[in-house]
Ligand binder design. Structure first.
Ligand SMILES: Cc1ncc(COP(=O)(O)O)c(C=O)c1O
Ligand SMILES: [Zn+2]
Length: 447
């Protein structure tokens, strides 16, 4: 039998990294619960209270160079907001992530019952989801720490993002997924050269295993031991929205919620811009969307509770959001409540219909989480959280090519069966001979 060696830590332990090497705007980490300060390291839990660690900044130092004029001169992509990201310098090697468009959705808006709808189209990042933002930051920090491999526990999109980023920075990638994940997502991660490890069980089972693997191997798990850095990457969604609006905030932001990391960090991003004086401080209502078949945060919101009751057996086509025990669930429900927003639970049928509507009416094709987000726009409008005249920004965070089966859910049997579409009808027409007469015969047939 041969024993294969796994990549091991070769540099000194990151916890011992020299503090003086950090950019002065990064002051270290602090516990979100008790505030205990910690040195910057590959760490994610507070040693005193087990709360989550977050990166802390010296905003006065950041403000000196983080101005509207300076930002306007910089190249597109997430690194134009470097001062508020936990990396020392713009990476030498990374994928071109971010600067995705904010588009007016004038045809879709009335279908969802709202007047002013903007879509943040994050379906078109390098690996086709917003996860590229989070992973780019974690990967760069991982390189600075000298980890031997990049890894993740994924509900699908993170798999591709981690694999792609590892390829770009030249690290091996280990991607852990639930064994029954959508084939397109598995294939996507494989294409970038990752080692994909399917695990029997739910995402939460995968995550539990990865906590142990991270301890054992010292690999940089982007959403576990690199989580404080990973989470920061999602703030760039807020910076880009504010910049695209001419440095101001919208009335309502609607986003999908799985672990709740992105939802809560988008809010933090707007908060930081207000703190630095780049936008006026105005209230923003934050609306989150979950799939009804895995909605621990929406349930807590509905019950008026702070306790997130884990969902043991998620039952939904929305695999990307199927986290039964969300790490930032408590903070997500608190954000929705304190901002005057809501967390909506969207049935799969409504999610599929929303995917079809936005693709057909706006030319944007999101994966299931995007369908949930648009379902949440309509639900929040019905609830009265979205009011007349509100400017609503909906985050479409992943690409529909990753979940090709979701689109057809709920259609009448045979509705999209190949070879049936008549002229003027959406769908696949019958195969015809390469002759004008054959084409005309089909046209005639449809009359
Ligand atoms: C497309 C997409 N949108 C949103 C999310 C939610 O991210 P978070 O775990 O930060 O709540 C995910 C998570 O996997 C995702 O894949
Ligand atoms: Zn603490």
């Amino acid at each position: 039998m041969t024993t294969r060696t796994l990549p091991q830590q070769t540099t000194s332990h990151p916890a011992s990294q020299d503090r003086a090497a950090l950019a002065p705007r990064i002051t270290g980490m602090a516990c979100r619960n008790c505030g205990l300060a910690q040195p910057l390291a590959i760490a994610y839990v507070c040693p005193a209270c087990f709360g989550p660690l977050e990166v802390s900044y010296d905003y006065a130092v950041a403000a000196a160079t983080f101005t509207k004029d300076a930002i306007a001169q910089r190249a597109p992509g997430i690194w134009r907001y470097l001062e508020l990201l936990p990396v020392d310098a713009v990476p030498g090697r990374s994928l071109p992530v971010g600067s995705t468009p904010l588009l007016k959705a004038e045809r879709l808006a009335p279908v969802l019952g709202v007047q002013r709808l903007l879509i943040k189209d994050d379906t078109r990042n390098p690996s086709l989801s917003f996860k590229d933002r989070a992973v780019a930051v974690a990967a760069e920090r991982a390189v600075e720490f000298g980890v031997p491999a990049l890894a993740c526990a994924s509900t699908g999109n993170l798999a591709g993002a981690t694999a792609a980023a590892a390829a770009a920075v030249g690290l091996p990638a280990y991607v852990f997924i639930p064994a029954d994940l959508e084939p397109a997502k598995v294939d996507h991660a494989l294409a970038y050269g990752a080692t994909v490890v399917p695990v029997m069980g739910t995402y939460d089972d995968v995550n539990r295993l990865c906590l142990e693997v991270a301890d054992e191997t010292g690999w940089g798990f982007v959403n576990i031991n690199l989580r404080p850095f990973y989470a920061e990457g999602s703030k760039t969604l807020a910076y880009e929205i504010a910049e695209a609006l001419g440095w101001r905030s919208p009335d309502v932001v609607v986003a999908p919620v799985a672990s709740g990391a992105m939802f809560t960090r988008v809010a933090r991003g707007f908060e930081e811009l207000a703190e630095l004086g780049l936008i006026e401080r105005r209230p923003i209502r934050f609306v989150g969307g979950q799939a009804a078949g895995c909605a621990p945060v929406a349930t807590a919101f509905e019950l008026g509770s702070d306790v997130i009751e884990p969902v043991r057996e998620p039952d939904t086509i929305v695999r990307s959001l199927a986290i039964g025990n969300p790490a930032d669930g408590r903070y997500a429900v608190d954000l929705a409540r304190s901002s005057g927003g809501s967390i909506e639970a969207i049935p799969d049928g409504a999610t599929a219909a929303a995917i079809r509507d936005v693709a057909r009416l706006e030319g944007i094709y999101p994966e299931t989480a995007g369908g949930v987000t648009l379902g949440a726009v309509a639900a929040a409008r019905r609830r009265g959280v979205i009011r007349d005249g509100d400017e609503v920004v909906a985050l479409l965070t992943g690409n529909g090519l990753k979940t090709p089966d979701a689109r057809t859910l709920g259609l009448a049997p045979g509705a999209l069966e190949g070879g049936r579409a008549h002229p003027g009808e959406p769908g696949l027409a019958p195969v015809i001979r390469a002759s004008l007469s054959a084409f005309e015969a089909w046209l005639e047939d449809g009359r």
